[in-house]
Design a protein around this ligand. Structure first.
Ligand SMILES: [Zn+2]
Length: 450
C-alpha cells in the first residue's frame, strides 16, 4: 500500500500577514486606539488577522468556529458550501476569540450568552463588514462570522446571471401600471439580492414608489423609493401609515413582508379600483408554489389577488464553472436528447476540473506526477455563483386554469403551455452556455433532505 502523505489537500500555503485595518464599533478615535493597542498586545492577534485575511482572500462569506474540549474546528463557506480548514488547538483558538471579541467590543469572559456585534475592517482598499455572533452550546462555544463587502457588488440583473430576454420581460412586468408582482425564493437562495436589484430595475423615475416596512426589518434604502416605517413591536400595522400614505396617490406600493388580511384587502381595492401597482415577496420553492401560496393565504381576497397578479419570480443559486479550468466535452446525442437540447445547437458542454487528492497524484509505477492546480478557483472547479430564475407570467389563460384545478402540477402544466420555463429548463440553458455544469445543476435541483 502506498504511504499516504498526510497533507492538506488544498494549495493554501503560507501567506504573509494580511494588512487589515480594523474599525471597532466605538464612539471616537481615542477609544478605537485603545481597543487596537489592547488587541495587538495579545499573543494570538496575528492568528485572528490571519483567519479573517484567509477567509476574505479565499472568497469565504462565512466563518464558523466550533470550540470543544478537543480543539477548535474551523470552517469557511465558499460559494454556498462549507469547507473544513485546519483546526486550531484550544490555546490558539481561545486567544483568537479573545482578540475577535475585544475588536467587537464584546465581553471575552462570557463564553455562554449570545453576543453579537458588527466590526468594520479594510483590506487591500476594500471595506468589509463582519457580522459577529458567539453563543455557548452544550459542547462548548460556537462562533459565526458573516463577511460582507460594504459596497454591494451585484447591481444589475445581468450581474445576477439573468439572461437578457428575461431581464426585459421582468422590467416589462414591473413597469405595468396596474397589478401585483411577487418576488419569491427560499432562505439562503439570494431572494434579498434579487428583491433589491429587481426593484432598482423598475422605472422609479416616472412612477412614485413607496415602501411600507416594519422598523425592525432593516430593509436596504433604495434610490427613489420612499420608506415608511411602522413599529410592529409596539402593535402597529401597515394600516397605521397606509391611510395617510394613500392620500398622496402613490403609483406603486412595496411590501417587503406580506401584510395581514385586512391590509391585503385594502391593497386589492387600491390596485383594482385606484389603478395602482403592488410588489411583495414570499418564501417559496418555485414560482408556481409562490403564486398558489399567495392566493391561498388570504381566503377573503383570493379572487382579487389572482386577478391582479401579473408576474412571479423565484430563484436558486448555482455555482459558476471556473472560466479558467472548466473542461469541454462533446455530449452524446442521447445526453442532448435527455436534456432537451436540439442536436446541433451546442458543440460542447463543460465540466469542472477537480484535481485528484495529493495521494492519488501518482503514475502507474507510484511515481508522483505534477498536476497544476488552477490559481483562480484553488482547485474547486467553480468560481462564484449566479442565480437561475423562474419567471411566471400570469395571464387570463393561466388564471382560468388555476380556477379549474389549483394543484401545483396542473398549474405548471398550464404555465408551460404559455411558454413558462421551470428551473430544470432554465438550468439546462445555463449548462448549454457553459455557465455551470450538469453535476451542479443536479445538486441544486435535487429534492431537499427533510
Ligand atoms: Zn479554476
Amino acid at each position: 500500500m502506498l504511504k499516504r502523505k498526510k497533507k492538506d489537500s488544498t494549495t493554501r500555503g503560507e501567506m504573509p500577514l494580511p494588512a487589515i485595518d480594523f474599525k471597532p464599533p466605538v464612539a471616537d478615535k481615542k477609544e478605537e486606539q485603545g481597543v487596537l493597542i489592547a488587541c495587538r498586545g495579545i499573543e494570538q492577534y496575528n492568528s485572528a488577522v490571519m483567519l479573517l485575511g484567509q477567509a476574505i482572500s479565499g472568497r469565504a462569506d462565512q466563518i464558523l468556529l466550533d470550540f470543544s474540549q478537543q480543539g477548535v474546528a474551523v470552517r469557511f463557506r465558499v460559494d454556498g458550501l462549507w469547507e473544513n480548514m485546519p483546526p486550531m488547538d484550544r490555546p490558539t483558538g481561545d486567544g483568537t476569540l479573545v482578540v475577535l471579541k475585544k475588536l467587537c467590543v464584546l465581553n471575552p469572559q462570557d463564553r455562554r450568552s449570545r453576543q453579537t456585534a458588527k466590526l468594520a475592517l479594510k483590506l487591500n482598499g476594500t471595506d468589509w463588514i463582519v457580522e459577529f455572533m458567539s453563543q455557548g452550546v452544550p459542547t462548548g462555544e460556537r462562533v459565526l462570522m458573516r463577511l460582507e463587502p460594504k459596497k454591494t457588488v451585484l447591481n444589475t440583473l445581468a450581474d445576477l446571471g439573468m439572461r437578457e430576454k428575461m431581464q426585459q420581460q421582468l422590467r416589462d412586468l414591473l413597469n405595468t401600471d396596474v397589478g401585483l408582482f411577487l418576488f419569491s425564493g427560499m432562505p439562503g437562495q439570494g431572494l434579498p439580492t434579487t428583491w433589491r436589484v429587481g426593484l432598482e430595475s423598475a422605472d422609479r423615475f416616472v412612477r412614485d414608489f413607496h415602501s411600507i416596512e416594519d422598523s425592525a426589518s432593516h430593509e436596504p434604502e433604495l434610490i427613489n423609493i420612499a420608506q415608511h416605517k411602522f413599529n410592529a413591536a409596539a402593535g402597529e400595522t401597515p394600516m397605521t401609515i397606509l391611510k395617510s400614505l394613500l392620500l398622496k396617490q402613490p403609483d406603486v406600493l412595496v411590501f417587503p413582508a406580506l401584510p395581514d388580511e385586512e391590509v391585503t384587502k385594502l391593497i386589492c381595492e387600491e390596485v383594482l379600483e385606484e389603478k395602482r401597482y403592488a410588489i411583495t415577496r414570499i418564501a417559496a420553492e418555485s414560482a408556481v408554489e409562490a403564486l398558489l401560496k399567495l392566493i391561498g393565504t388570504y381566503k377573503n381576497s383570493t379572487r382579487e389577488l389572482l386577478k391582479m397578479t401579473n408576474g412571479v419570480i423565484n430563484q436558486r443559486l448555482i455555482r459558476r464553472l471556473c472560466p479558467d479550468c472548466r473542461v469541454p466535452f462533446q455530449p452524446t446525442p442521447q445526453l442532448l436528447q435527455k436534456l432537451g437540447i436540439p442536436s446541433g445547437r451546442v458543440q460542447s458542454l463543460y465540466q469542472p476540473f477537480i484535481p485528484p487528492p495529493p495521494e492519488q497524484r501518482v503514475d502507474a509505477n507510484g511515481k508522483p506526477i505534477e498536476i497544476e492546480i488552477c490559481k483562480t478557483c484553488d482547485g474547486r472547479g467553480y468560481y462564484g455563483r449566479a442565480a437561475i430564475f423562474e419567471l411566471l407570467h400570469v395571464n387570463d389563460q393561466l388564471r382560468q386554469a388555476i380556477q379549474q384545478n389549483p394543484s401545483p402540477a396542473a398549474v405548471v402544466q398550464a404555465a408551460k403551455q404559455n411558454g413558462f420555463l421551470s428551473f430544470q429548463e432554465e438550468g439546462v440553458l445555463s449548462v448549454a452556455t457553459g455557465l455551470t455544469s450538469l453535476q451542479e445543476l443536479q445538486r441544486v435541483l435535487a429534492p431537499k433532505k427533510k
